[in-house]
Design a protein around this ligand. Structure first.
Ligand SMILES: Cc1ncc(COP(=O)(O)O)c(C=O)c1O
Length: 400
């Protein structure tokens, strides 16, 4: 039977993630992979979770194994309200919902806001999972270049003006302001404030995606844009994936009440509720003070790994290559000389048993051919050095 003719228009717009495909290739034996956005397995607090799960099953097993409210368990949502307050975000329980990873939150936002040809402003580069979520609803994605201080908000405004003049329906600005995936850069405080002003002036929403904000190795913390949002222009989302475990599939959204309600409605038909078991685990993990003790440990580990990668790049990479010095997060962004194409180079890297993600995957305008994203958190310390050495050999062969 020809299934194609049965698929919905939305299904036809879905794209498979280039990264997922590359990751499969990079899982060959012996390959040192800087590809995936994976936390380090040693960063998972297995013993503490075992202790919490045992306690939950002993004391509140029947509740933790039951369905729960779509927005999330009441106690957990209340705790999240105090959790986000640490970052200056004012939220009541009516503003918060849990989601199955922030990937689900991206999909929900697409579902409730995007019609065919609506415009989403995104970074050049930006997170591929965001791109695919918006494309699935038929959105047009318009890229705005980044520099070392994040998205160029001056260009953002110019482009929005231009698009509006052409009659385009610009609705959202999608941004990952802190330790951006893939580039690792931070949006400066001034630019955060300016972005919010632009959203207010042009009647747009900012979708602030913040999986990495708590993984800061150095520098003053910059408040999330949501902390300045007095007029309901920001939908904020964060996840437990990078600070606790991606396997628990747990994230949360802080949104203006009306939007939160609509998101909950959309979520209801997707999955009824987020796992009550993992919400209860995360609840106790924070409540018992484990999170407070755990974060400095992973920050120390990831900082060390970033330093090893930076030192190795310095030591082995040829002149003419540039890379970012992320002050936190999980990724470093490398720019090779213009004439080197990292897509064409990829098979050779795999042959040399090292993998990266081609930068092109993160560009909505076909650019970034000479760039790549390197994850520094997943590989072992010695592997990072060896992997960069192997990668440098591949690059050197192409440098003129
Ligand atoms: C910017 C960004 N947003 C969202 C996600 C999805 O995270 P999760 O669904 O695991 O919460 C990721 C994961 O890498 C990410 O980097």
């Amino acid at each position: 039977m020809d299934y194609e003719k049965l698929y919905s228009n939305n299904a036809k717009k879905m794209r498979s993630s280039e990264i997922r495909r590359l990751l499969e290739i990079s899982q060959q034996p012996g390959v040192i992979s800087f590809g995936g956005g994976l936390p380090n397995p040693n960063a998972f607090p297995v013993e503490e979770i075992r202790e919490i799960v045992n306690k939950i099953l002993d004391e509140e097993g029947t509740k933790a194994l039951q369905y729960g409210p779509t927005a999330g368990l009441k106690d957990f949502i209340e705790l999240l309200a105090t959790f986000v307050k640490q970052d200056g975000i004012k939220a009541g329980v009516e503003n918060i919902l849990t989601t199955v990873g922030s990937q689900q939150a991206l999909d929900i936002v697409g579902r409730i806001f995007l019609n065919e040809n609506d415009v989403v402003m995104v970074g050049l580069p930006t997170y591929l999972g965001g791109i695919n979520a918006f494309l699935a609803y038929g959105a047009k994605l318009v890229g705005v270049p980044l520099d070392e201080n994040g998205m160029r908000v001056d260009l953002l405004e110019e482009k929005i003006k231009e698009l509006k003049n052409k009659g385009e329906n610009v609705k959202l600005i999608y941004t990952i302001p802190t330790f951006q995936n893939p580039a690792g850069v931070e949006l400066s405080l001034e630019r955060r404030k300016r972005m919010l002003e632009i959203a207010e002036e042009y009647d747009l929403l900012i979708l602030e995606d913040d999986p990495y904000g708590k993984l800061r190795f150095e520098g003053e913390a910059i408040p999330p844009i949501k902390a300045f949002d007095e007029n309901g222009h920001v939908i904020y989302m964060a996840t437990f994936s990078k600070i606790l475990s991606p396997g628990i599939r747990l994230a949360y959204v802080v949104a203006p009440e009306e939007i939160a309600k609509k998101m909950i409605l959309a979520k209801q038909s997707m999955d009824l509720c987020t796992s009550t078991l993992t919400q209860t685990i995360a609840y106790h993990y924070i409540k018992n003070g484990y999170m407070k003790n755990h974060l400095p440990k992973i920050i120390e580990m990831y900082k060390r790994k970033r330093d090893i990668m930076l030192q190795s790049l310095e030591e082995y990479f040829p002149p003419g290559c540039k890379w970012t010095h992320p002050r936190g997060g999980m990724f470093l962004w490398v720019e090779l000389p213009e004439y080197i194409n990292t897509v064409e180079m990829f098979p050779e890297a795999i042959e040399k048993k090292v993998a990266y993600v081609t930068g092109k995957s993160f560009f909505v305008d076909g650019g970034g051919l000479n760039t790549m994203r390197l994850n520094f958190t997943n590989a072992g310390d010695d592997e990072i050095k060896e992997g960069i050495k192997r990668l440098a050999e591949v690059v050197k062969k192409r440098v003129k």
